[in-house]
Design a protein. Structure first.
Length: 590
């Protein structure tokens, strides 16, 4: 029997490597920007078309390459960063494996132009699918320019799995923002389809955070600066009042390399304990400077996962450093030393000594009331929310004193609606139900293009950061169909002149910001853009848990839910209702 094991051709081997290193256009932006930083550039420009599918060009003013190096750079495992295996444990550069350019050239059409400052002419190299087409002298300023065109042109199956342009551009923006935040002392620019998205000048970290994330964060940043004999931790965390329900503003860097670590993210989140709601996430941009010999970054193709020599120690240092910073700037909550409730009854008329019977009744009542410790009447702890919608007409109002005896659903903990049904009881999650109702209504409006707009008496302006503005601009046509009247005001500012009628009484800015954050979080889901917009709007507009609903509108909410095409789950997949059989409940009393 003949031998069956063969060495793969370089072209195939490079495509296999590309599958690990180059997952989407954002991967190329990351690799090329990191190469530019390693080359000593202090001014890096990124030019993109069609979210990187048609073109990604990175231009830098770094040291450039010689003609032999320009060609050698596209060979697998060709690198200037390491020489021996021991060098892997002393890495300070961004790249070191020598796989990126070879992987990119295997699945795209690449043109490299480069020149060293001491050379008279530069070098131009053209490669398609790992095959060198041209290498010649050219005119070029000192530095390097790499253009990557038609990504996955020779791997149609891979190109088919790329997402829509807004989705891919969001990923590309994420990579750009991470590298820009990690290198505040460098200048960056990003252009997409001939529009300038970012123009970042050199500065300090606070200035870079404001440039990238927006001016609104400037007054909410708390500096962190702690140094031990094991690690130095610097950066900023956001004050608790800007924590958000959606993730996205959490940046952790180790030796200026962005990493993903749920474990260390928990350390920061733990430092905010009792300061933010359990479902909220704090803003942070934190840098850990640690001896490269105490970490291993060669564990994942994207180099975004790191192994620490002592991860528990890093966890504790990180948590304590953030907690100390919050305390130093008087952000942590103070202890309440008010008098106990037993002494807060000044002004209450003194009672005569109780009879033995009255004392016994009062004692029994106190035992019974212990079952309700911490519970207060709804109107004492929450604000009643009226569902502003034509689906809940005023003439259907039911007297406020109505309760379960008149078949009006009861509101349990301002979270669940409890209704008696023939076979037992029905429990409805008010937030999930309202999200489902709004989702189907918004989706219908988007498909039928039948908006219902209410003009604003006083138009409002909303300013986003450049990344948010680019994404928001993509949503404007769909927002108009939903009933918003929004115009660009220049730069990253938009003017809201009208809003859907069902938003009456709500903050248009808050709804739009929440909607945008929800939309960005939902980009991973393979759904049509209209479905994502409808979902994001429903999540931002729905009544939250903990809010009281007038009795007149509880049954209407349930009726509207069961009129939906899918009343069973919310757009996020949560159950909208649960039914408990009477027989099942009676078994609890046996």
């Amino acid at each position: 029997m003949s031998d069956i094991i063969r060495l793969l051709p370089d072209a195939i081997a490079n495509q296999i490597a590309a599958g690990e290193v180059i997952q989407r256009p954002a991967s190329i932006v990351k690799e090329l920007m990191e190469n530019a930083i390693d080359a000593g550039a202090d001014d890096i420009q990124v030019i993109v078309r069609d979210a990187g599918k048609a073109l990604i060009q990175v231009v830098d003013n770094g040291m450039g390459m010689s003609p032999p190096d320009a060609r050698m750079a596209f060979e697998r495992h060709a690198t200037s960063k390491i020489r021996t295996a021991q060098d892997l444990f002393a890495i300070r550069s961004m790249g070191f494996r020598g796989e990126a350019l070879a992987s990119i050239a295997a699945v795209a059409q690449v043109e490299l132009r480069t020149r060293r400052s001491d050379d008279q002419v530069g070098t131009r190299v053209v490669i398609e699918g790992s095959e060198v087409k041209t290498q010649e002298a050219c005119q070029h300023p000192p530095g390097t320019s790499i253009s990557v065109k038609n990504l996955f042109f020779n791997v149609p199956a891979r190109r088919k799995f790329l997402k829509t342009n807004p989705v891919e551009f969001r990923h590309l923006l994420d990579e750009f923002m991470r590298i820009a935040l990690a290198n505040a002392d460098l200048a960056f620019a990003l252009h997409h389809n001939d529009s300038e998205i970012y123009r970042l000048v050199k500065g300090n970290l606070r200035q870079r955070i404001v440039q990238v994330l927006g001016k609104k964060y400037n007054e909410h940043l708390v500096p962190v600066d702690e140094e031990t004999n094991y690690v130095r931790i610097t950066g900023f965390v956001g004050k608790p009042d800007i924590a958000r329900k959606t993730r996205g503003d959490q940046y952790l860097f180790v030796n200026h390399r962005f990493i993903k670590s749920p474990y260390l993210n928990h350390a920061v989140r733990n430092a905010f304990e009792e300061m933010i709601a359990p479902d909220h996430h704090p803003l942070y941009i934190l840098f850990l400077d640690i001896d490269p010999g105490k970490i291993d970054i060669n564990v994942h193709p994207t180099k975004q996962e790191i192994k620490f020599e002592d991860e528990r120690l890093i966890y504790n240092y990180l948590r304590v450093s953030v907690r100390h910073a919050l305390g130093k700037y008087s952000v942590t909550p103070s202890l309440d030393f008010d008098q106990e409730q037993a002494f807060e009854r000044a002004g209450t008329p003194a009672r005569q000594l109780a009879t033995p019977q009255e004392a016994l009744e009062r004692q029994n009542m106190q035992h019974w009331e212990r079952l309700f410790d911490g519970m207060k009447p709804a109107d004492a702890v929450t604000q009643t929310v009226t569902l502003q919608s034509d689906a809940f007409p005023a003439e259907s109002a039911v007297p406020a004193e109505a309760d379960a005896r008149t078949n009006v659903p009861y509101q349990l903990h301002n979270t669940l609606l409890v209704s008696q049904i023939k076979s037992g009881i029905l429990l409805v999650d008010q937030q999930a139900a309202h999200e489902r109702i709004l989702y189907e209504r918004n989706l219908h409006a988007l498909k039928e293009q039948a908006p219902h707009t209410q003009q604003s008496l006083f138009p409002i302006t909303i300013e986003f950061n450049p990344a948010e503005a680019a994404m928001f601009r993509e949503l404007l046509p769909d927002l108009k169909i939903l009933g918003f009247e929004i115009e660009e005001f220049g730069g990253e500012t938009f003017v809201v002149q009208g809003a859907p009628v069902q938003l009456e009484g709500q903050s248009e800015e808050q709804v739009l910001r929440t909607m945008l954050a929800q939309y960005q979080q939902d980009l991973q889901i393979t759904a049509e853009a209209k479905e994502r917009v409808a979902k994001a709007m429903s999540l931002s507009m729905a009544i939250p848990r903990g809010k009281a609903i007038p009795p007149a509108e509880r049954q209407l909410l349930i009726d509207m839910l069961f009129a939906c095409e899918n009343p069973y789950t919310s757009p996020s997949g949560r159950k909208c209702f649960v039914m408990l059989e009477l027989d099942e409940l009676m078994k609890r009393f046996m």
